[in-house]
Write a protein that binds this ligand. Structure first.
Ligand code: NCD
Ligand code: ZN
Length: 354
């Protein structure tokens, strides 16, 4: 049995408040524990979006009653909430800025709307950018101009990882995360994921080319964190008109990475670095005492959505054969998950900023 620290996922869409038919604080934290994740940072593109004190409290109240693992909540950057967002910084996981098209209402099209956030959000607190391609280049330039660290969410392209590498070499304070689906899937896999329903292949950023995927692996050292961007939508929604983009990912991330490790594509140390050490440092997260996970590195099995805890009920990795199973999760001295069962109680999760 391999013993690892409890993993940290800095990019999770919980869907509560507002879309609990997709997921809520209870089901998402069960999925997290099943995936070996003991702390999640929740994105603000809920309904309503989390952008002021009242909406922030709404999310935190639900979390405190239902979460079974530890959690933080991001505040979203809106067109005119820079002062409020900055005042929420001590309580928030960080600031999330949507600079490109996405699911939900938080989007800052005009660069003038970015400026007050860069000026006012505390430099010690993380600012996470949904920014793709040239918008990402602009976000990195803002980081340099305002001398404010930025964390680039879900890097998927060769041009992005290469520019982040160059920016780091220049001493610009940029960190980044990559999602398992951008490491293990490319455009070419869309037909197999879709089963005749093109909406199932929709995710933002889109699945990229083989060359992009290869270059993420080549530049593994440039990647600070792995993050799921767990973005659950029901199959009915994915297969309907106007399918929303997003894949669930909490339960499949570690098995996929362990499988890659068994094939010699990365090391266990790199997994721990990118799912524990680096996210803890970048997001200033407290230690979780007496917390660890036990993994059976040799267990082989097939990924089946029907055995999962996420409410959305599907996975783009259905039927994949993986090697490496989470057997047990201990959170603050208590067994929270064992042999496929969630044992942690609703409400036992702690706010990482409290
Ligand atoms: C996310 C969602 O569904 O909330 N979808 C996605 O494809 N990643 C939104 C987002 O992260 O942009
Ligand atoms: Zn996201």
């Amino acid at each position: 049995m391999l013993k690892l620290p409890g993993l940290i996922d800095p990019h999770v869409h919980v869907r509560e408040p507002g879309a609990t038919h997709k997921e809520d604080w209870d089901t998402v934290t069960q999925a997290a524990l099943a995936g070996g994740v003991t702390a999640i940072l929740a994105m603000p593109n809920t309904k309503p979006p989390i952008f002021d004190d009242a909406t922030f409290d709404l999310a935190i109240k639900a979390a405190s009653q239902k979460a079974r693992c530890d959690y933080g909540q991001y505040v979203g950057a809106g067109p005119d909430n820079a002062d409020i967002a900055a005042s929420l910084a001590p309580k928030a996981a960080g600031l999330k800025m949507y600079l490109d098209s996405t699911f939900g209402e938080l989007r800052l099209d005009d660069m003038q709307l970015w400026m007050p956030h860069f000026q006012k959000f505390p430099k010690s607190a993380p600012m996470v950018m949904h920014s793709e391609s040239r918008t990402m280049a602009a976000a990195i330039l803002f980081s340099a101009i305002y001398d404010h660290p930025v964390h680039i969410a879900h890097v998927s392209l060769k041009e992005e990882i290469l520019l982040i590498k160059a920016a780091k070499e220049k001493g610009i304070k940029v960190t980044c995360e990559v999602c398992p689906h951008h490491l293990f899937l490319s455009k070419e896999d869309i037909p197999a994921i879709s089963h005749g329903h093109p909406g199932r292949g929709e995710v933002r950023p889109r699945l990229a080319t083989k060359e992009d995927v290869d270059n993420l692996w080549i530049n593994l050292d440039v990647i600070d964190c792995f993050a799921t961007d767990h973005a659950p939508h029901t199959l009915e929604e994915k297969d309907g008109e106007n399918p929303p983009p997003g894949f669930p990912g909490l339960e499949t991330m570690l098995p996929l990475l362990l499988t890659a490790a068994s094939e010699g594509r990365l090391t266990i140390d790199q997994i721990v670095q990118k799912l524990y050490e680096n996210p803890r440092r970048i997001f200033n997260l407290p230690e979780q005492p007496n917390t660890y996970i036990e993994v059976d590195e040799n267990a082989t099995y097939e990924i089946k959505a029907s055995e999962g805890f996420t409410r959305c009920g599907w996975t783009p990795f259905e039927g994949w054969k993986v090697k490496g199973r989470v057997q047990k999760v201990v959170l603050r001295g208590k067994t929270a998950f064992e042999d496929g069962k969630v044992l942690a109680e609703a409400g036992s999760g702690k706010n990482v900023r409290k």
